[in-house]
Design a protein around this ligand. Structure first.
Ligand SMILES: C[S@@+](CC[C@H](N)C(=O)[O-])C[C@H]1O[C@@H](n2cnc3c(N)ncnc32)[C@H](O)[C@@H]1O
Length: 180
């Protein structure tokens, strides 16, 4: 699993560290892998729920979270086709958008609107690579702005601190749902 870095997204760690007064709430981490990012949200005081289609990822995420003495739930689910158990205040994306087939990106946008509360926050660490023969499949800032702007206000986007082999290739987007 080349995406398994053994640690959370540096960009997420920095974001939560620099926004200590962010309102607490429920967080959905789809495509959570072994749960590194979910544990950062949980450690920051958010009620955190990870989802993945890989049973091994869910098992490892549960084991690592228990070993860390943290609280988060991990559930086997296909986020693209499932109905959410509840709608979330926050939705955190990290290398799921680039992992799915590009033809599934419309499904991704529809699922995001189903899983997130109206007015909720969509925080994404996107992988801006040119690759068309993934996974990972590349995207551009222009594509992301075009896809999400109709339903989300862009609060801020920036180049985050990254893992060494992704430096300069990631971009974070902080969106807020326009839903009432
Ligand atoms: C590139 S990995 C990233 C894992 C994790 N976000 C990380 O960065 O460490 C993509 C993950 O998304 C999961 N995944 C792919 N399609 C999914 C879907 N439709 N629903 C839920 N999880 C999915 C995969 O099983 C895998 O664990």
């Amino acid at each position: 699993m080349p995406w398994e870095k053994g640690e959370p997204s540096p960009g997420l760690v920095d974001f939560l560290g620099s926004h200590p007064s962010l309102g607490k709430g429920t967080v959905c981490v789809p495509g959570c892998g072994t749960g590194h990012d979910a544990r950062v949200w949980a450690a920051a005081g958010f009620e955190t729920h990870g989802y993945d289609i890989a049973p091994s990822a869910i098992r490892l995420a549960c084991e690592k979270t228990r070993a860390a003495g943290l609280n988060a739930t991990f559930t086997l689910a296909d986020f693209l086709s499932s109905e959410p158990p509840a709608r979330f205040d926050y939705f955190f994306e990290h290398t799921l958008f680039c992992a799915i087939q590009p033809v599934q990106r419309d499904d991704y946008c529809r699922a995001l609107l189903r899983w997130l509360k109206p007015g909720g926050v969509y925080l994404a660490v996107n992988y801006l690579i040119p690759d068309e023969d993934g996974p990972p499949f590349g995207t551009t800032r222009e594509e992301l702005i075009g896809r999400f702007s109709p339903d989300f206000e862009l609060i801020e986007d920036w180049v985050p601190r990254s893992y060494p082999n992704r430096t300069g290739l990631e971009r974070m987007f902080w969106w807020q749902s326009r839903g009432a």
